[in-house]
Write a protein that binds this ligand. Structure first.
Ligand SMILES: [Zn+2]
Length: 359
């Protein structure tokens, strides 16, 4: 089996590039960003269903906060920092954890509100040595599907269970390992195994009794006393960038239909069919199917190109289809099926939405 490097797919499928001026950073192209957003929306919907409220916190914060949280001491060497021109304060680029505590701390919390769950697509920066950078797998800027639960010890077990069902809902098969070198407290790491039996660390969940103490998080308990909540840090996919690298390598660029940036190429047989092809495109667009039109005169190249770009479904719109109002669909494995207009759109709509989790 040939070993596909996600960087090769990224280039071939026109998803992203990296360049010297932004070493360790990613320039997402339209198709790559489409994939990114589909994945992000999927996680977002799952997190909402699991009881998390999405928030957004600043990128850049005074170094004093990072000193208080303990990040500066432990990770300072890898944190990007700069000075605030007006006040000359040192500022640092975040991870999200201390920011979520700031929102929790904005008002007095009662035990009745717990667990409080926040999630954020948190942009993180890490000044990694240039020699360790590797495409999307190791970057200097990445987004984590960061989430935090503020709760009591009595809630921990149920929250860990909730996290595991989130992973299962995402169709992820995993092994659980005890994490090492944990910064906050006990940590579980979730490792996925890909098609070539390589193991990837994706999700993590970690209990934290330290950060609430350092940053003064508290709630009022049943006895009307102030008490520290337990903080649970969790990420389902981990770094979005690394997860996309894993998807591309695992599927060798043939992403499942629901993730493919372009799900259907609508190819015309001749110029006479362009108007009909556009009707098909419009119906697909209304059905939420991502399609592109290929109306170039070269017939054969269209099929070759759709394969080359690893677009999973091809609709060939010819004069017979137009006359009979049918849709001819060609699958990735070469199978072909001709359906009525409504059935064809319905079929593609279903194919476009089918995630493993719903199967
Ligand atoms: Zn955290």
């Amino acid at each position: 089996m040939n070993d596909i490097d996600h960087r090769v797919s990224g280039n071939k499928l026109d998803l992203f590039h990296q360049q010297e001026e932004g070493a360790g950073m990613v320039f997402w192209h339209p198709r790559g960003w489409e994939l990114y957003r589909v994945l992000e929306d999927y996680v977002r919907a799952r997190m909402r269903r699991a009881g998390f409220r999405e928030i957004r916190t600043p990128q850049l914060l005074a170094r004093s906060l990072w000193e208080k949280s303990g990040h500066w001491e432990k990770f300072g060497a890898a944190m990007y920092s700069l000075a605030d021109a007006e006040e000359g304060r040192a500022l640092c680029l975040k991870p999200s954890c201390p920011c979520h505590v700031q929102i929790f701390n904005q008002r007095v919390r009662s035990y009745r509100e717990l667990p409080v769950r926040y999630s954020e697509f948190g942009a993180c920066h890490r000044d990694e040595p240039s020699g360790s950078l590797e495409g999307l797998k190791r970057t200097r800027a990445f987004v984590q599907d960061d989430a935090h639960v503020f709760c009591t010890e009595a809630h921990i077990e149920a929250e860990v269970g909730r996290f595991c069902s989130l992973l299962r809902a995402a169709g992820l098969q995993f092994d659980v390992l005890e994490g090492e070198g944990a910064f906050y407290g006990p940590k579980l790491e979730f490792h996925l195994t890909d098609s070539r039996a390589r193991s990837w660390q994706c999700g993590t969940i970690q209990l934290d009794f330290v950060l609430p103490e350092r940053l003064d998080a508290e709630f009022v308990n049943e006895r009307n006393e102030r008490e520290r909540p337990v903080m649970i840090h969790h990420a389902v996919l981990g770094s979005m960038e690394r997860f996309i690298a894993m998807l591309l390598e695992h599927h060798e660029g043939w992403l499942p239909v629901w993730l493919a940036p372009e799900q259907v190429v609508v190819a015309t047989i001749s110029d006479a069919n362009i108007a009909y092809a556009q009707q098909v495109m419009q119906a697909l667009d209304e059905a939420g199917v991502r399609s592109v039109l290929d109306s170039r005169p070269e017939r054969l190249e269209k099929i070759v190109d759709a394969r080359e770009k690893q677009v999973p479904l091809l609709v060939v719109a010819g004069s017979r289809d137009e006359r009979d109002r049918t849709i001819s669909i060609r699958m990735r494995d070469g199978q072909q099926v001709t359906l009525s207009f409504a059935d064809g759109v319905g079929h593609l709509r279903l194919a476009a939405r089918q995630t493993r989790a719903h199967a």
